[in-house]
Design a protein around this ligand. Structure first.
Ligand code: HAM
Length: 416
């Protein structure tokens, strides 16, 4: 029996990886322009880290973590997200002592035991960024502008930005109570999960996709009407900064997040193009997380995007790099010349392909077409003897005669 990959774990094949490089390189460019530096943290952490940060009553911790006991009897978990591990490292290495403001980004695989479907996998990849040490709403705006700039950089008008505020430990309890009393009057309309959430995590009922729950919560009280003075002012300033930088956004007062550490600003980049997996990127402020994990009382804000979802949005655009030149040979007698030419051109940074197997000229030219080579050249006895050959531009068939000299060819092909 042949072995296959684990369900929900994907291979990224060569035809696809060009799109991933495009995304990763754009993110690095945009993040580094904004003063962010890369941090690399382990893919596995002590289970307790995720319970204490993401929250015991969340779907992620309750149902989705890859947790197991290692050979030393320690409970360990494959990271379901990046923020917890990055903040663990931030505290452990006292990064706050080096600079009061730190800007970190990361990329890599995350693991959640969810039901796989298009855009939702069990191993998926995030590119995330976090700013710590800034209470000012300017940091919220910078993070949102950076995320918007990333999507602009890769040429997507989708997705669009939605923002909300989840308040703080001062004002959220009163909102939670108001929401619970509203929901208690509609208990019979709620699904079983939501009835359970009523005691563990009532805000999640606003996020339930079951039609009965959507209808029952349509008129639910809004967090935005329950913000305390400071949270209200903070949210107002975030919106004002976004207006100043002409960053498009809408307010979604029903947005709740699947992780417990959020305070104040939360946001999602959403699209209608990926079915039910509408969030392409998401994040928010987490002013209590660092102290909750045993660090000093330092605020933070950040986001993560799902690379697979961004790649799906980019669609079938061609990202694979194509050869500059395909060298075809008439027969085996010309192979040494072709090999030397390829070697010389590769050393000069020209991407060259040739036929490895002595195929017919027709089949070599078919391969040149398939690889979408920019130029091709056929080397036969005449070319070897004269030391010159005719180089064909594949897009329009025009030819240029050049000496079989790597420098001369490289210079001529460099002109696009
Ligand atoms: P999250 O909303 O759980 O937030 O995930 C962020 C993004 O990861 C989602 O918007 C989605 O694009 C992608 N994603 C999540 N689960 C899957 C999956 N099963 N398959 C494919 N893509 C997925 C966080 O993880 C927070 N740590 C974000 C953050 C950073 N907040 C503050 N800083």
């Amino acid at each position: 029996m042949t072995l296959t990959a684990i369900k929900g774990f994907n291979d990224v094949l060569p035809g696809e990886s060009g799109r991933w490089h495009y995304i990763e390189e754009a993110a690095r460019r945009v993040f580094e322009l904004n003063g962010f530096g890369e941090i690399r943290v382990p893919v596995m952490e002590k289970t307790e880290l995720f319970c204490r940060s993401i929250g015991d009553a969340t779907d992620i911790v309750e149902k989705e973590m890859y947790t197991f006991t290692d050979k030393g009897e320690n409970s360990v978990t494959l990271r379901p997200e990046g923020t917890a591990g990055v903040m663990r490292a931030f505290i452990e290495h006292k990064l706050y002592a080096q600079d009061p403001v730190s800007r970190l980004y990361y990329l890599g695989p995350m693991f959640r035991y969810e039901r796989p479907q298009k855009g939702r996998y069990r191993q998926f990849h995030q590119i995330g960024a976090e700013i710590t040490g800034v209470h000012d709403p300017l940091a919220d705006a910078q993070v949102l502008n950076m995320l918007t700039a990333f999507f602009r950089e890769i040429g997507l008008d989708e997705p669009s930005l939605q923002i909300n505020s989840l308040g703080c430990p001062e004002c959220r309890p009163a909102y939670r109570a108001a929401l619970c009393s509203f929901l208690n009057e509609r208990l019979e309309d709620l699904c079983e999960d939501c009835r359970r959430r009523l005691t563990s995590n009532p805000l999640r009922t606003l996020d339930c996709k079951v039609l009965g729950c959507v209808q029952a919560t349509a008129e639910a009280p809004s967090m935005l009407d329950h913000l305390c003075g400071d949270c209200d002012q903070h949210f107002g300033s975030v919106r004002r900064y976004l207006d100043l930088s002409v960053t498009p956004y809408s307010i979604n007062p029903r947005m709740v997040r699947g992780l417990d550490y959020y305070t104040r600003t939360t946001f999602e980049m959403v699209t209608g193009l990926l079915g039910s997996q509408s969030a392409v990127a998401a994040g928010g402020r987490y002013d209590g997380l660092i102290s909750q994990l045993g660090g000093p009382a330092i605020p933070g804000i950040g986001f993560a995007m799902g690379v697979e979802r961004v790649a799906l949005l980019l669609g079938q655009r061609e990202f694979a790099s194509t050869p500059d030149l395909f060298i075809a040979t008439m027969g085996s007698g010309e192979r040494d010349t072709a090999y030397k030419l390829m070697d010389g051109l590769l050393k000069l940074g020209v991407r060259v392909e040739l036929d490895y197997e002595g195929k017919s000229l027709k089949s070599q030219m078919r391969r040149a077409d398939k690889l979408a080579a920019r130029y091709s050249v056929v080397i036969g006895e005449n070319e070897v003897n004269s030391g010159r050959a005719s180089f064909k531009r594949m897009s329009d068939g025009t030819t240029t005669e050049l000496a079989l000299n790597a420098e001369e060819i490289a210079a001529a092909l460099a002109v696009r």
